[in-house]
Design a protein around this ligand. Structure first.
Ligand code: DAH
Length: 342
């Protein structure tokens, strides 16, 4: 029996030496020290030995058990250490490496264009005033000479809220009413920028949301000549000193007279191309002298005061400037487009 114990110990220890995985170690433990393991079997059979042999064999068996347990613990420790070292090696971080740079943000192309527009008009004394995007029917239409039955409403169809008479503005022109009521009877030289909304088919040329910049000047001696001078100056600062500008008769309910302003095509220089539809001219904005009734609606006496106004689309300006052929790129959130303006 003692011999058997000795052999068991030798075999177990030499097998333990050769183990190379935690799984194998666990199998070894079950085989030798487990409840049905070899050593337990021997310990169990001690009871069947002659009485005088029991103490020696029992004692020896316990010593072997102790030795195997200790050897097992050491091996388990060694595996654990190895695993830790392996993880350290594998997940090793070089703390001396420079960090990944955080990409600084940049302004959206519409915002960049807006700021260019502000800078140009600022030199001519125009300040920026923001007015609400959610407007009343009264400001967006009625006080701009567009009563409920007026056919011009078809051109400016929008999104209506569940509040009767409250809508998303279709243009920045209602800002004229707010600005005049805010500043009357002072003279005014303002830009009113912001988002506008239209309920219409989205195409390469029209979006349901876009920006506008409204210009408004009101004073005692404001003339059509001032309007022309300001807009020609703007076109030349924005698109180049030798730009030619043309004023075409037009109609807006809130201006009298009204004009549409064209610029010689910057793509072909007036020769005629796809962008200018072979006319040599591209439309850049609408403008006019503020209608006497609109002045009155703003609180100004039209026999004393006059004013001019204009409305331009910064996306349109950017499209011309950077030769972008589809307005849907602006708010499509495609980084391949936006990154080009970083
Ligand atoms: N509100 C017009 C539009 O959205 C643009 C416009 C035209 C504004 C003439 C003006 C103006 O101030 O005088 O189509």
């Amino acid at each position: 029996m003692l011999e058997q114990l000795h052999q068991l110990k030798e075999r177990a220890l030499s097998e333990l030496q050769g183990l190379s995985s935690v799984d194998a170690l666990e199998k070894w433990r079950v085989a030798y020290l487990g409840r049905k393991g070899a050593l337990t079997n021997i310990l169990r059979s001690v009871g069947q030995l002659p009485v005088q042999e029991r103490p020696t064999v029992g004692q020896e068996a316990n010593l072997v058990k102790l030795a195997l347990k200790q050897a097992y613990n050491e091996k388990a420790e060694a595996f654990k250490r190895e695993e830790t070292l392996r993880l350290l090696e594998q997940e090793h971080i070089d703390v001396t490496l420079p960090g990944r740079p955080v990409q600084p943000g940049y302004l959206h192309v519409s915002t960049q264009t807006l700021r260019e527009i502000y800078a140009i008009f600022a030199q001519m004394g125009f300040q920026v005033l923001e007015t609400p995007e959610v407007e009343t029917d009264v400001n967006n239409f009625q006080l701009l000479n567009i009563p409920p039955y007026h056919p011009a409403r078809d051109m400016w169809s929008t999104f209506y809220t569940t509040h009767e008479g409250v809508l998303l503005r279709t243009h920045t022109s209602p800002g004229q009413i707010r600005a005049m009521r805010m500043y009357c009877p002072e003279t005014i030289r303002l830009l009113l920028p912001g988002k506008c909304y239209r309920y219409e088919a989205v195409t390469a040329r029209s979006e349901s949301m876009f920006y506008q910049v409204e210009g408004l000047a009101v004073g005692k001696h404001v003339t059509m000549g001032d309007l022309k001078g300001v807009l020609i100056s703007f076109a030349r600062q924005m698109f180049g000193a030798d730009r030619r500008v043309r004023f075409r008769c037009s109609y807006f309910p809130f201006t009298e007279p009204s004009v549409e302003v064209d610029m010689d095509c910057i793509i072909c220089g007036g020769e005629g191309c796809r962008v200018c539809k072979h006319t040599g001219w591209v439309e850049i904005l609408g403008a006019g002298m503020v209608h006497p009734q609109v002045l009155r609606n703003g609180g100004y006496d039209p026999t004393v005061y006059t004013g001019f106004a204009f409305g331009l689309g910064p996306e349109r300006i950017a499209m011309l400037k950077y030769r972008i052929d589809d307005i849907r790129y602006f708010f499509g959130n495609d980084l391949r487009f936006l990154h080009q303006f970083a």
